[in-house]
Design a protein around this ligand. Structure first.
Ligand SMILES: O=C(O)C1=C[C@@H](OP(=O)(O)O)[C@@H](O)[C@H](O)C1
Ligand SMILES: C=C(OP(=O)(O)O)C(=O)O
Length: 438
């Protein structure tokens, strides 16, 4: 289906950001590992998080939608796979990565797979690390990608892992490690990308009763004291148990980036609720980025107020900790005055699509002057009307709908936002932006 801006009127107002995708995945997974019954409030029900709910059910958690919350009766870590088929995780990289380690806790074999995009996502680094921890995995196509067979048995021990491909490998080991036979000592080697997602894992693990210590070991005295490029980050995870808890999922800064960007582009004033000042989400940096581009941002305890005159300035930004903002920022840059540079996101090439390549190719279709780099792109402000394709990537669909606020832009395969933000059209409508799918 094609996604397009139909009408714009009375821009601004108030809207609630949708629940965090990353915290929703983790909440249902940790509740499924815990002993006892957890109540999860304000969960995101998107295609990706439903994949996590379904795999947890298949492995033995009892999950029921109740009035106002999701009830999860956990397994205490005693997973048993009730399916004799492949478990299909759709498009969700987070589910695939986190569940690959957890499948090692099952008392029988598990095979995880997904859609064509998920079958392209790298898994080799995680499979190697799991081997060191006693978990045997096999890529059924022998290409270090899904479908992946995971055998029972998770001894634990010492392991190191490169941090530059996906932080999801690290979250996966951290979340599973307390339930291994002997605990895990994990070293993450530089460059450590997307670390805020690991901090989010530790944050919610603590809410479910497991606290982990982190130690940053700098390699030499004269390094820049930047853990990202110059330190080994070490985690000691003793054997432990998760405890059931009641948990409220906070709002999602990555999804909110589209709402904030829309106001920044069109001009106007809006309050976005459910965005917390003390959030651990790395994508909170969208507030600084939009401020640097010229909008006014007020950060309150549980909401953000944005005001903009619609005039945007170019920026130079490193998105290594917040790769999901890449396409939003690229589209903002294409509508700004001057030349912007985005760096630090080589890992965005191995997501739902190669997001550096697809973003550049689609911006070029709008006659934007963009130059692709290995780890980002340079974008000169200025676009014209045209037709672009989402390549089946939810973030391309949502971000390019923002280009349609200034020029006539149609997005083919534009319906894919259900992966992370099912109410995208409804939320934009609350800000006066009517999008249509046909
Ligand atoms: O752990 C998570 O919830 C996520 C981690 C990030 O991936 P990488 O660590 O691969 O950058 C991010 O892109 C993804 O949308 C969600
Ligand atoms: C990369 C993303 O998610 P995942 O890795 O879970 O597929 C995303 O939401 O942009």
């Amino acid at each position: 289906m094609n996604l397009k801006v139909k009408n714009i009127s009375n821009v601004g107002g108030e809207v609630k950001a949708p629940p965090s995708k990353s915290y929703s995945h983790r909440a249902v997974i940790l509740a499924s590992l815990a002993k006892g019954t957890s109540k999860l409030y304000d969960m995101l029900f998107s295609e990706d998080t439903i994949s996590s709910i379904n795999v947890c059910k298949t492995l033995g958690a009892k999950i029921t939608e109740k009035e106002g919350y999701l009830e999860v009766v956990g397994t205490g870590g005693n997973f048993h796979n009730s399916s004799d088929d492949y478990i299909d995780l759709g498009n969700s990289g987070t589910t695939l990565r986190i569940m690959t380690s957890l499948a090692g806790l099952s008392d029988n074999d598990v095979i995880l797979t997904g859609d064509d995009s998920l079958k392209t996502r790298p898994m080799g680094v995680l499979m190697d690390a799991l081997k060191d921890l006693g978990v045997s995995t096999k890529s059924l196509k022998d290409n270090e990608k899904a479908p992946i067979l995971i055998k029972p048995g998770y001894a634990g021990g010492e392991v190191s892992i490169p941090g530059n491909i996906s932080s999801q490998f690290i979250s996966s080991i951290l979340i599973s490690a307390p339930l291994s036979e002997n605990g895990v000592q994990l070293s993450v080697l530089p460059d450590f990308k997307s670390k805020p997602y690991v901090d989010m894992s530790l944050d919610i693990m603590s809410k479910f009763g497991v606290d982990i210590t982190e130690e940053i070991q700098f390699k030499h005295d004269d390094c820049s004291k930047d853990y990202k490029t110059c330190a080994v980050v070490y985690y000691d995870i003793p054997k432990n148990e998760y405890k059931a808890t009641d948990y409220v999922v906070e709002g999602d800064y990555s999804s909110a980036s589209y709402l904030l960007a829309a106001i920044a582009i069109l001009g106007g004033e809006a309050k976005i609720f459910n965005l917390f000042k003390d959030s651990k989400q790395g994508d909170k940096v969208i507030l600084d980025i939009i401020r640097d581009m010229g909008a006014d941002i007020e950060v309150h305890e549980d909401y953000v107020k944005i005001s903009s005159d619609g005039n945007l300035k170019a920026i130079d930004v490193n998105l290594s900790d917040s790769p999901d903002l890449l396409i939003t920022v690229a589209v903002l840059a294409s509508l700004a005055e001057g030349t912007s540079k985005i760096t630090g996101v080589a890992h965005a090439r191995v997501k739902e699509t190669d997001r550096i390549a697809t973003t550049c190719s689609e911006l070029k279709k709008l006659n934007c002057n963009v130059v692709e780099h290995e780890d980002g792109m340079t974008i000169e402000g200025g676009i014209s009307s045209g037709v672009v394709d989402s390549h089946g990537d939810h973030r391309l669909a949502m971000a390019f709908s923002l280009a349609g606020l200034k020029e006539d832009v149609e997005i083919t395969n534009g319906e894919v936002f259900d992966v992370s933000f099912p109410n995208f059209i409804g939320a934009m409508a609350e800000l006066g932006i009517e999008l249509e799918l046909n």
